[in-house]
Design a protein around this ligand. Structure first.
Ligand code: FES
Length: 159
């Protein structure tokens, strides 16, 4: 039987502890290594079947909200299709910052990516550069997941 990933309790989505579980998809539709988007109202949830278990987070990159469901899953690490950020679904932490740079969850600034041995590229001053510089890559927020006796993946999403 597939298991559910034990995420850091402090990263539970606000309101999710009191939300009812709702069916998302059959377990057979989420084999090991797969990711799927499931929509509840206006909330898009990413379901991923990692080696540590099944996990549900927003299907929005913690950087600039690109859909992670069209990215790549490698073990517990999901790679964003937009700026190459990589995020660990087992801890909620970024493990590779986006190429555009920005702020880590703890506020540390990371410059724009540049090839090894080269100085970071100068960002032309302006609103866009400022927006990139102060965009904070947050940690994931998680939704509780369970698997019903008849093999349905259920998610608790506040609505
Ligand atoms: S939107 Fe995902 S890394 Fe930028």
């Amino acid at each position: 039987m597939a298991k559910v990933l034990a995420f850091p309790p402090s990263l539970l989505t606000p309101g999710a502890a009191a939300a009812p579980f709702a069916p998302a998809l059959p377990l057979a539709a989420l084999p090991a290594g797969a990711m799927r988007r499931v929509t509840f109202g206006d909330i898009d949830v990413l379901l991923a079947h990692t080696p540590a278990g099944i996990v549900a987070v927003d299907d929005r990159c913690p950087h600039m909200a690109a859909p992670l469901s069209v990215g790549e899953l490698d073990g517990c690490v999901v790679a964003c299709p937009l700026h190459s950020g990589r995020f660990d679904l087992s801890t909620g932490e970024p493990i590779q910052m986006p190429t555009t740079g920005g702020l880590r969850p703890d506020g540390e600034y990371v410059p724009t990516w540049s090839p090894p041995g080269r100085e970071p590229k100068e960002d032309p001053p302006g609103k866009k550069a400022e927006a990139r510089r102060i965009t904070r890559v947050r940690r994931f927020r998680y939704y509780p997941v369970r698997i019903s006796d008849d093999g349905v993946v259920e998610v608790a999403v506040p609505r």
